[in-house]
Design a protein around this ligand. Structure first.
Ligand code: NAD
Length: 337
């Protein structure tokens, strides 16, 4: 059984913890937090050993009546792999601790690509993580783009991708985030960081990305244009994408016209936290004009990286190949509508 520790138990960390718990070949050693709150309370209720990340704050847990298992260093020492899901930049600060205990670590998309040995997307470059000490699971948007571009690249070759990302202003719980009533080119300069980030997965891909921010919390939406080297029919593209387990083609008959109905659909299907682990591609939007493919896809920022983290655990330890790992992860989590 692979022993997994999670350091940073917020939006991403708590989801990865549940996904690890669901895997037949993994055991959750515990989760680490800096302070007691409702998430700490829930972790304990779920039976996840809770470690404290900052020595000076240990007493806060006791005062809140929350039992702790020990300091984060003990969690790191007992784990075969640590998933660091701390806020951007903290992961890099934690990396010395992981090195000290000789524990390979996975980081999230908010960390700098330069300090890790490899950036990771299961469908695109699984094998590059094997044996690495520091691996970054790329951001929600880059995960969504990589999953889409990998099969297009393999089947037809990509001459150039042009993508406009309409980005949610914050997650539902991020009360301090704006904009409240605005639409921002963000950043106003080109490219947005997403294109260069996709290049950490596909170094030779020609891609331009533009970013916008809107006052929404539900999902991101991508307007995608991919110029292909070989031109398929629209039906061929639909069949290609439908064969990918982490791409969900929204059937026109479902009458899902936006992120709100997608979340409603996820709730109706009993998804935990209304999570949508798959890229959601509007089937009707798949269009070929000359050698250009166009489509719209929605990306659930809080959850699409979760199965990728689970795969990255097996990848760094060399425990499975991409196809085996993705199938195991998807089966255990229930990925695929
Ligand atoms: P979050 O703020 O929801 O959770 C981070 C957690 O880490 C919090 O519970 C915080 O208290 C805790 N923490 C802070 N410092 C710590 C420390 N030193 N040790 C242990 N725990 C500490 O953040 P998040 O949204 O889960 O983001 C985490 C990472 O995932 C970031 O790199 C982010 O860019 C990336 N990411 C976020 C999203 C998203 O939409 N939320 C999507 C993909 C990737």
């Amino acid at each position: 059984m692979i022993q997994v520790g999670i350091n940073g138990y917020g939006t991403i960390g708590k989801r990865v913890a549940d996904a690890v718990e669901a895997q037949p070949d993994m055991e959750l050693v515990g989760v680490a937090k800096t302070r007691p709150n409702h998430e700490a309370e829930t972790a304990v209720e779920k039976g996840y050993p809770l470690y404290y990340a900052v020595d000076e704050r240990e007493h806060l847990f006791g005062e809140a009546g929350i039992e702790v298992a020990g300091p984060v260093e003990e969690l790191v020492a007992a784990s075969d792999v640590v998933v660091d899901a701390c806020p951007s930049g903290i992961g890099e600060q934690n990396s010395a601790m992981y090195d000290e205990y000789d524990t390979p670590a996975l980081y999230q998309g908010g960390e700098d690509a330069d300090f890790v040995d490899a950036s990771f997307n299961a469908r695109s470059n699984f094998a590059e993580a094997e044996g690495a000490d520091h691996v970054r699971v790329v951001s929600c948007n880059t995960t969504g783009l990589s999953r889409l571009l990998a099969p297009l690249q393999e089947a037809y070759g990509v001459e150039k991708a042009r993508v406009t990302l309409v980005r949610r202003g914050g997650d539902p719980g991020q009360t301090g985030r704006g904009p409240i009533n605005d639409i921002l080119p963000n950043p106003v300069t080109l490219p947005s960081h997403h294109g260069p980030d996709v290049n950490t997965i596909f170094p030779d891909l020609n891609i331009d990305t533009l970013g916008m921010k809107v006052p929404a919390t539900l999902m991101h939406t991508h307007s995608v244009n991919v110029q292909l080297e070989e031109v398929p029919s629209e039906d061929e593209v639909r069949d290609l994408l439908a064969a990918e387990d982490r791409l969900f083609l929204i059937p026109p008959a479902y009458d899902i016209d936006g992120a709100g109905k997608l979340k409603e659909f996820a709730m109706d299907r009993g998804r935990p936290r209304a999570d949508i682990w798959e890229n959601c591609i509007w089937e009707e939007s798949i269009s070929i004009e000359d050698d250009d493919l166009y489509l719209f896809q929605a990306i659930h920022q809080e959850s699409d990286v979760v199965p990728e983290n689970v795969d990255a655990i097996r990848a760094v330890l060399g425990e499975a190949d991409a196809a085996e790992s993705m199938a195991r992860t998807d089966e255990a989590m229930g990925v695929g509508f």
